[in-house]
Design a protein around this ligand. Structure first.
Ligand SMILES: NC(=O)c1ccc[n+]([C@@H]2O[C@H](COP(=O)([O-])OP(=O)(O)OC[C@H]3O[C@@H](n4cnc5c(N)ncnc54)[C@H](O)[C@@H]3O)[C@@H](O)[C@H]2O)c1
Length: 348
């Protein structure tokens, strides 16, 4: 295995730095002594207090600069690149969420397509050593063949969110081909953890429980045919990204021919769980955190449009490239989430 470890002498530009994954990645790089420029528009898709709280934890680092701004603002992005000359860029800013894209498509085009295009243009005029960007497991749509491999056909997205992420992969490939921008797309699989996203199911269920409300589970209530999700703990995502940062694609394909310096990797747990197994593990974690029995009141509903039956990552390509495979179990990860939640929201 021949991969380069993190280069702490570089300047890293991280978009979406006040977001869930962006925060943890920024913190990790800052703790290792890297210079980090963070950008985020702090939009109110979910509770902005959580975003400010994350930023508060980054502020004490001298090497951290925060810019409040929108990646769809081309002038700002160009200026940020010109002034800060980042060596490595990690684009995590995006409008996330599958279901929200059905009701609010505009913001997906604005942030995920125009915003990402601006990042590519900025890399074109201000060459970088590596552009790493977030794609998503949702590009696999309703694919039946599991585990999902990077070489699988992914032209059947079932939500606009997935379509924007797949478009990002195509755009990055083109820019890499035309302007020699080394670029890596990361297909993340359902990421969870402390300070996570309140719009995600595990967080929403916990909120509902403490409000004394029933939780709605969109799986038809059919355990035998339950949805499967490859739940990935945020520290594993950060470690995967960190290991890839100094390892841009070589520009030589498997057949030994010259190719665009662009590739994609799955970062998932390679261990899908039934949705109900995950929910029971969450009840158990909250039971441990509170020291009393927790059981959600459950209402089962039909599967929502845009939701996919299963996500399951093959991690072979990632392992081969950087000798890493996520390994945090849902029991460990959910315990850390439950302990944080109980402490942060002071619930009993
Ligand atoms: N969390 C997951 O399970 C998951 C799974 C697959 C892919 N992803 C992708 O990973 C990336 C990070 O996701 P996350 O879970 O940390 O989400 P997040 O919403 O917590 O973080 C995204 C951050 O980007 C910011 N942002 C959004 N649009 C912006 C814009 N136009 N300009 C500047 N900032 C903007 C938001 O304010 C937010 O703080 C996203 O691209 C997301 O699509 C996440």
């Amino acid at each position: 295995m021949n991969y380069k470890s993190l280069d702490t002498s570089k300047t890293y530009l991280i978009t979406g730095a006040a977001g869930f994954i962006g925060f943890y990645l920024s913190k990790q790089l800052l703790e290792k002594g890297c210079k980090v420029i963070g950008i985020d528009n702090i939009n109110d898709y979910y509770d902005v207090n959580l975003k400010y709280e994350r930023l508060e934890k980054l502020k004490p680092f001298e090497n951290f600069t925060f810019i409040k701004g929108d990646i769809s603002d081309k002038e700002l992005i160009m200026k940020t690149f010109e002034e800060n000359k980042p060596n490595i860029v990690v684009n995590l800013a995006a409008q996330a969420g599958v279901r929200y894209s059905i009701e609010n498509p505009d913001v997906y085009i604005q942030s995920n397509i125009i915003g990402f295009y601006n990042i590519l243009e900025a890399c074109r005029y201000n060459p970088v050593e590596h552009l790493v960007y977030a794609s998503s497991s949702s590009v696999y749509g309703s694919n039946k063949k599991v585990p999902f491999e990077e070489t699988d056909f992914v032209d059947n997205p079932v939500s606009l969110y997935a379509a924007t992420k797949k478009s990002n992969e195509l755009m990055a490939h083109t820019y890499s081909h035309l302007y020699k921008i080394p670029a890596t797309g990361l297909r993340f699989f359902t990421v969870y953890g402390p300070m996570g996203r309140p719009d995600m199911a595990y967080f929403g269920f916990t909120d509902k429980y403490f409000k004394g409300e029933p939780v709605k589970i969109f799986n038809n209530g059919d355990f035998a045919n339950d949805l499967y999700r490859d739940f990935t703990y945020v520290d594993d995502i950060v470690e995967g990204i960190e290991r890839l940062l100094s390892n841009p694609p070589s520009g030589v394909n498997e057949a030994g021919e010259k190719a665009a310096q662009h590739t994609v990797f799955n970062i998932g747990n390679n261990n899908p769980e039934k949705l109900m197994t995950f929910i029971w593990a969450l009840e158990k974690a909250l039971t441990n955190a509170l020291g009393r029995e927790v059981e959600f009141e459950k209402v089962f509903e039909p599967i929502k449009p845009g939701d996919v039956p299963a996500t399951y990552a093959s991690t072979e390509k990632l392992q081969e490239a950087v000798d890493f495979k996520p390994s945090t179990t849902i029991e460990e990860g959910l315990q850390r989430f439950a302990d944080w939640y109980v402490e942060y929201y002071k619930v009993k």
